[in-house]
Design a protein around this ligand. Structure first.
Ligand SMILES: [Zn+2]
Length: 197
């Protein structure tokens, strides 16, 4: 059996090996700035890495009475699919609401009342998008029975109101834009995914 720390090392190694750890001055989706960005799609582009990560979630959540796996678009959706496939469960994804009210299930989908849900996502920074998914599941009268993350870059400082399991935890600083030292240095800010990168 793998220990927690060897899982952690393997996850960090997958990020490093696939060039997913970027250094510079980044605008995170949370609105905060950071000198490091984890481009999870550099990892997720490799189906064999995705299968390996799905098996880590499968091993951790084995025996969990989940009816379904849910992840937010876009990275979380891919991870939810693979985790669900390995657990032999259905999955679905939570999309941003077009009117800006958190997350929704689109495409005519809804949960059954009391459906037991495992929520998975990629990189945790402030927990905002994950909190939106948890709110959605609760609004839909689902029951959250587990939360899994590929990488918690907050060093375990995020409070979701319930426990979560991260395959790897790193403590990577991020800053409010008004007190970002990289801004003060005049380093150009990059929005990951844009052509400026
Ligand atoms: Zn900045």
């Amino acid at each position: 059996m793998k220990t927690l720390s060897s899982t952690q090392n393997e996850v960090v190694e997958l990020f490093e090996r696939s060039g997913a750890l970027l250094l510079g001055h980044f605008l995170l989706s949370s609105g905060r700035h950071s000198g490091a960005y984890f481009e999870k799609f550099k990892v997720l582009q490799h189906p064999e890495y995705l299968v390996r990560l799905g098996s880590m979630f499968g091993a951790h959540f084995r025996g969990l009475a989940a009816d379904r796996v849910i992840g937010p678009t876009t990275g979380g959706m891919v991870i939810a699919y693979e985790t669900a496939r390995q657990m032999g469960k259905p999955y679905f994804f939570a999309e941003p609401d077009e009117r800006g009210n958190g997350r929704v299930f689109g495409r005519g989908f809804s949960l059954l009342p009391g459906e037991k849900i495992l929520v998975v996502d990629d990189v945790l920074t402030t927990g905002r998008s994950l909190s939106e998914v948890l709110e959605l599941v609760e609004r839909e009268r689902g029951e959250i029975v587990g939360i899994g993350l590929l990488l918690d870059r907050s060093g375990g400082k995020v409070h979701l109101g319930q426990p979560y399991h991260a395959l790897a935890t790193l403590d990577v600083e991020s800053f409010a834009p008004e007190d970002c030292p990289l801004c003060r240095e005049g380093k150009p800010l990059v929005k990951p995914g844009s052509r400026k990168l």
